[in-house]
Design a protein around this ligand. Structure first.
Ligand code: CP
Length: 305
């Protein structure tokens, strides 16, 4: 793979290999110099804490260097009308790999068509977030030692949440998994993802009762209602505050189940949940560094051959 644009590029054996590399990355430091003299550019047209900083941390830990524009919409020449394609053509002359986050679905794919260096989709509007899906799957594997034979509740904004859309697509490479879609009426899982799951034979159903989902779930993947994607604030308010995880939820959840969240959270997980050992979301965010180290190492070594 030259570019990482969408989860449909991934296959099970490649993912498992990447997980083994990510395990090894836990003991790698900049002193090992795996990517000495290589430069990563992070081109972010939308806000980010985890994706941008974990990619940058990953590159620095591999011995490489980083060029960053954290508000490209305002502080790059996008504000003068430059297209993503032109910007990428230029930045590819300054860096060996580009991580791009953009508000338009498909922007990373467009960038990949013109880029001579690897493009990584760091989130394209309500489209996909494939490296988040990799770190989410890595976390499930790390916490439960499996990603087959699971019941997984996907909760919250399944329409606009690109992380949860990409995660759902990852289950195409598993067996005997049940997905429960627990979403407000306004933000159901999209037909595109449902069709892909149908084609792969993955079982799923809508489950409006969060309590019922919690009782049977091995993994509860909670998500934020994506305020910035709604046409009006009234529509946002109609979808918001319906599914909240709190201390009462913990009482319903099995002893070995885990709670995940791509973060940031607003109010959909009470801080009272954080201290419970089943709350895996901060460990999940940390895993982003190791997965992204493994990914950058693979992409940049392949591109130098
Ligand atoms: N999970 C995630 O994409 O977080 P950021 O928006 O902070 O990058």
């Amino acid at each position: 793979m030259k570019h990482i644009v969408a989860v449909e590029q991934f296959e099970r054996e490649w993912v498992l290999d990447l997980f083994r590399d990510a395990d090894r990355m836990k003991s790698v430091s900049a002193r090992d110099g795996l990517l000495n003299d290589r430069i990563l550019a992070t081109l972010f047209y939308e806000p980010s804490t985890r994706t941008r900083l974990s990619f940058e941390s990953a590159m620095l830990r591999l011995g490489g260097q980083v060029l960053s524009t954290e508000n490209a919409l305002e502080f790059s020449s996008a504000i003068k009308g430059e297209s993503v394609e032109d910007t990428v053509r230029i930045v590819a002359g300054y860096a060996d790999c580009i991580v791009i986050r953009h508000h338009e679905q498909g922007a990373a794919a467009r960038a990949a068509t013109v880029s001579p260096v690897p493009i990584v989709n760091g989130g394209d509007g309500p489209g996909e977030h494939p490296t988040q899906a990799l770190l989410d799957f890595y976390t499930i594997h790390d916490e439960l030692n499996q990603f087959d034979d699971l019941t997984v509740a996907l909760v919250g904004d399944l329409r606009f949440g690109r992380a949860v859309r990409s995660l759902a697509m990852m289950f195409r490479m598993t067996s005997n998994v049940n997905l429960l879609f627990v979403s407000p009426d306004a933000v159901p899982m999209g037909d595109d993802v449902r069709q892909a799951l149908n084609a792969a034979g993955v079982r799923y159903r809508d489950e409006p009762d969060l309590g019922k989902a919690l009782v049977v779930a091995d993994v509860v993947y909670q998500t934020r209602i994506q305020r910035e994607r709604f046409a009006t604030q009234d529509e946002y308010r109609a979808a918001q505050g319906i599914y909240i995880l709190n201390e009462e939820s913990l009482a319903l959840l099995g002893p070995k189940a885990i709670i995940m969240h791509p973060l940031p959270r607003v109010d959909e997980i009470s801080p009272a949940v954080d201290a419970d050992p089943r709350a895996a979301y901060f460990r999940q965010a940390r895993n982003g560094v190791y997965i992204r180290m493994a990914l950058l190492n693979q992409l940049l070594r392949a591109s130098s051959n």
